[in-house]
Design a protein around this ligand. Structure first.
Ligand code: ACO
Length: 431
């Protein structure tokens, strides 16, 4: 949509003036369209970290960071968290509308019947060291799917794109569980298709041949909720990575594998693992004050993990929901985790500290999620893999949207060059 409004740009360097059109979406601030700026003025724009840059138009997810609003396809996250389930939410992200009963059953059937992974993928995992980080194994395994399904990688074919989406959402839990079992030297479990998505995953993770697995329903409920909350988050670092790689025409598995590697970083999805490790390091509510002091010290690289967000400057609506679920899970599973006391004290101390208040730093989605994963018996190194299972729906929805958008171009940012001016090569004996 174009507003027919413009922004004037006065260029004092050569006394010219240009009019830049404003583009508005359904919600959110209008954007200055700088698409022809270089052609018109000879200037680039400079925005490291993309704090003021919209990289694409998208109809999938909307965030209002000042009000703490998150919508998937227009539906508030609070309503989806209360009433939906992860598979229904995935359908919504992919298709734009909530499914009716028949549509949901067909989608669930498709997902359920693509849960198996090739046996040679399991052999491929055997090549890793047992102590390899699960995210390294995940990125490698997902990229390798392009080798297993190379006949159905036509990115211009809607049927191939849809099949890749189904395969990725279906196989991600199977691969994640296989990685966990390989790490702890347990025999792989096949997916049991009489179970629903999250319960099937928990069975693959924890079932042993010698006795039936007794699952508290709160475990599946909590994991399903975490998956809904992590399913998408508009143009975050990993989704932007998926889109950038996708813009080159790379296949879906390669694009999603790139997203996985971006998610791994502690400033992004790797924060859930980092939060738990940090809470363990802090160790006791008595040490919280020292941790807060260190986080404020500009000469110390220490940051409070699970705090702060590029977009949310009021609160992260997902953190509110997860905090509540965390208490419920620990209560219902009868888990007394002393780290919860450390987390509560840390949150309380930070929320009333001037440094955090001034900078609008609030607990984000990952502050409490690790405590839930831990209560469910998921090892710390697997936390970011959990995030990746959920975010796969969002990544592939964005990848498909990108391919359905006419006129998409390869992503190719420019730079401000700060290196040496042009100079002549000097022979080795003259240097
Ligand atoms: N602890 C202490 N200080 C912080 C923190 C923190 N967690 N986060 C930001 N700050 C400070 C910065 O030092 C900076 O201070 P200054 O203005 O005095 O220089 C100010 O707050 C703004 O921080 P930026 O780094 O510029 O904010 P940015 O938007 O670039 O980064 C990020 C956001 C990466 C999430 C950051 O807040 C952070 O590192 N948080 C900890 C890691 C984390 O929890 N990541 C998960 C994010 S959610 C997700 O990706 C799923």
């Amino acid at each position: 949509m174009s507003d027919a409004k413009t922004v004037k740009l006065v260029d004092e360097s050569n006394a010219t003036q240009s009019e830049l059109p404003l583009i508005s979406g359904t919600l959110g601030p209008a954007c200055v369209d700088i698409g022809t700026l270089y052609k018109d003025t000879g200037h680039f724009t400079y925005d490291p970290g993309y704090g003021s840059t919209a990289s694409t138009k998208s109809a999938i997810t909307y965030i209002d960071g000042d009000k703490g609003v998150l919508l998937y396809r227009g539906y508030p996250i609070e309503q989806l968290a209360e009433k939906s389930n992860f598979l229904e939410t995935s359908y919504l992200l992919l298709n734009g509308e909530l499914p009716n009963k028949t549509q949901f059953e067909a989608f669930e059937h498709d997902i359920t019947h693509h849960t198996m992974i090739p046996e040679s993928l399991t052999s491929f995992l055997n090549g890793f060291h047992r102590n390899a980080h699960p995210m390294a194994m995940l990125a490698g395994s997902i990229a390798s799917l392009s080798a297993f399904y190379h006949d159905e990688l036509n990115v211009d074919d809607p049927a191939d794109r849809k099949l890749a989406a189904i395969r990725l959402i279906a196989k991600m839990p199977t691969i994640a569980a296989a990685i966990h079992r390989y790490s702890v030297d347990r025999q792989q479990r096949y997916p049991r298709n009489n179970l629903e998505y999250v319960t099937r995953f928990l069975h693959m993770m924890f079932e042993v041949p010698s006795e039936p697995l007794e699952l508290n329903p709160v475990a599946a409920k909590a994991l399903d909720l975490l998956f809904i909350l992590h399913a998408d988050h508009e143009q975050n670092a990993s989704t932007s990575t998926v889109r950038l790689v996708g813009s080159t025409g790379a296949n879906p598995y390669a694009s999603i594998a790139a997203g996985i590697t971006a998610l791994w970083g502690p400033a992004h999805g790797g924060a859930n693992e980092a939060v738990l490790k940090q809470l363990e390091e802090i160790g006791s509510p008595d040490n919280v004050e020292t941790a807060v002091k260190r986080a404020k010290d500009k000469n110390d690289s220490f940051r409070l993990m699970g705090f702060g967000h590029r977009v949310y400057k009021n609160f992260d609506p997902r953190a509110k929901i997860i905090r509540e679920m965390c208490h419920k899970v620990l209560n219902e599973l009868g888990v007394k985790d002393p780290l919860l006391d450390v987390a509560l004290k840390l949150e309380e101390a930070a929320l009333k500290d001037e440094y955090f208040v001034e900078r609008k730093l609030y607990p984000n989605v990952d502050f409490y999620s690790g405590l839930i994963y831990k209560a469910l018996g998921i090892p710390t190194e697997m936390f970011t893999v959990m995030f990746a299972i959920a975010r796969t729906s969002g990544w592939i929805a964005h990848w498909i949207e990108q391919h359905e958008t006419p006129g998409s171009r390869i992503g190719r940012p420019r730079q401000i060059y700060t290196g040496a001016d042009v100079r002549d090569y000097t022979a080795a004996d003259k240097r």
